[in-house]
Design a protein around this ligand. Structure first.
Ligand SMILES: [Zn+2]
Length: 239
């Protein structure tokens, strides 16, 4: 056995049973960058969660949180889906919008309306490849809880799902729970209406980047929230 193979064997022995990780290419951005999902934990588990590290390309401190999540063991009974970065073009350009200048978080089909300027909602709902990628994954996975990281209001937004879930997460991370305006065409607005009984909510992180310790703390809070969820075979939405 070579040293490399021995090291790999030793690593595999240390991995817990729940360390399943699968990376899937979901699609590509306007400029052709990959948008991946990473599935962590038990793919047959009833407790399905989704975490999106970045949707506004200049609010991406959540990337450090999702990377920390990928390094931590996923609790038994949890099927955890991660979209690290839904807006890689915006991130590359340090821009809120995608490469078409569209605010992806105004491009979802619930309560969509035409908006221009910084909140440009696109020519129609789901006009953008990035929003369609999230839309399709969410309808396929039907996460019981979805967490969308933004910056930089330092709060957990009461986004219209189960306020108990939002309150629990706010307490875990030490942020206040407040209600921001419910914006037309937002991802969580669509999720909470399209998939009743599930909870999608926004976490507004502080400005700047997170320390490794802070990112790991948020990641552990996500896992604690997942553990606290009651198992449920399927959260079915309206047809
Ligand atoms: Zn934002």
């Amino acid at each position: 056995m070579t040293a490399g193979a021995a090291a790999l064997a030793a690593l595999l022995l240390t991995l817990p049973a729940s360390a399943h990780q699968q990376r899937l290419l979901l699609g590509r951005s306007v400029e052709g960058r990959r948008i991946d999902a990473v599935e962590l934990g038990d793919r047959h588990a009833g407790k399905r969660l989704l975490v999106v590290g970045c949707i506004h390309g200049n609010e991406c401190a959540g990337l450090a949180i999702v990377r920390a999540l990928e390094r931590l063991p996923t609790p038994a009974g949890v099927d955890l889906w991660v979209i690290e970065n839904l807006n890689p073009d915006g991130y590359a350009a340090a821009s809120r919008q995608n490469a078409h200048g569209i605010d992806l978080n105004r491009n979802f089909p619930w309560a969509w309306r035409p908006l221009s300027g910084i909140y440009d909602s696109g020519p129609r709902p789901l006009s953008e490849p990035e929003s369609r990628i999230a839309y399709r994954l969410i309808l396929r996975v039907r996460p019981r809880i979805s967490i969308w990281f933004h910056q930089h209001e330092r709060l957990v937004d009461e986004s219209g799902g189960d306020i108990g879930v939002e309150r629990r997460f706010a307490a875990l991370v030490g942020l206040p729970l407040k209600r921001l305006p419910r914006e037309p065409g937002s991802a969580v607005g669509w999720e909470n209406h399209r998939l009743p009984g599930t909870t999608g909510f926004v976490v507004e992180l502080p400005g700047g980047s997170l320390s490794a310790a802070a990112a790991a703390g948020y990641a552990r809070a996500v896992l604690a929230l997942a553990r606290a969820e009651k198992p449920r075979s399927l959260a079915r939405g309206r047809a």
